[in-house]
Ligand binder design. Structure first.
Ligand SMILES: CC(C)(COP(=O)(O)OP(=O)(O)OC[C@H]1O[C@@H](n2cnc3c(N)ncnc32)[C@H](O)[C@@H]1OP(=O)(O)O)[C@@H](O)C(=O)NCCC(=O)NCCS
Length: 171
């Protein structure tokens, strides 16, 4: 039985350690981290999974960003412990968190990642959405939670410096 839980402040360092294990050294030098620095994550979408022994196996986080001034969710990082990869945990966290995002009223989600993996959740390449360099544009992917949510949304991806607004409804 899989048990997905929200990430709490007590989980922070364990989640960071999981990300350090799963990603190449220097992950925080990636341009996507500049969009996260000093910005609180979207707490109700940051989820994790522990096995029955309490060992952290998988985690996903989200941040609010702006694209051409419009609100969007930045998905990631997502990681599954190497001993548990390929068992569906990544898909479980993706689907559960995206469902919560839709319920919370977020309309559009983006990420930087491997299209062959994320296409199965409905993500496709975003045209004209520009991450801070250096980012391969082919890895900038988007998903609409509302019909046509990415139509005519273009421009640079920037930090969400506005007041905390997790619902994403007040566009
Ligand atoms: C990518 C990741 C989150 C996927 O989670 P997971 O629980 O291992 O994946 P799932 O069990 O949900 O899905 C497995 C399927 O995804 C595929 N897959 C996994 N990573 C992939 C990738 N980078 N590109 C394409 N396909 C990928 C597997 O081949 C498998 O395919 P199949 O269903 O046809 O057999 C996990 O492998 C991971 O943490 N990797 C290291 C960190 C990372 O790369 N994070 C994502 C940044 S883009």
């Amino acid at each position: 039985m899989y048990a997905i839980q929200p990430e709490t402040p007590a989980d922070y360092h364990e989640v960071e350690a999981l990300y350090d294990l799963c990603f190449a050294p220097g992950r925080t030098a990636l341009s996507s981290y500049r969009l996260r620095d000093g910005v609180p994550p979207v707490a109700n979408l940051c989820l994790l999974y522990r096995n029955p022994d309490g060992v952290l196996q998988a985690a996903i986080r989200y941040w609010p960003v702006r694209v051409g001034g419009r609100k969007a969710l930045l998905l990631g990082p997502i990681a599954v412990h190497p001993t548990a990869q390929g068992e569906g945990l990544g898909a479980l966290l993706m689907l559960q968190s995206l469902e919560y995002a839709a319920i919370a009223g977020w309309s559009r989600v983006m990420l930087v990642g491997d299209a062959p993996y994320y296409a199965r959740f409905g993500f496709s390449k975003l045209e004209g959405v520009v991450m801070p360099p250096p980012t391969n544009p082919d890895r900038v992917l988007g998903l609409e939670l509302w019909d046509d949510a990415w139509v005519d949304v273009r421009g640079p991806v920037t930090r969400e410096d506005g007041p905390k607004d997790e619902a994403g409804l007040a566009e």
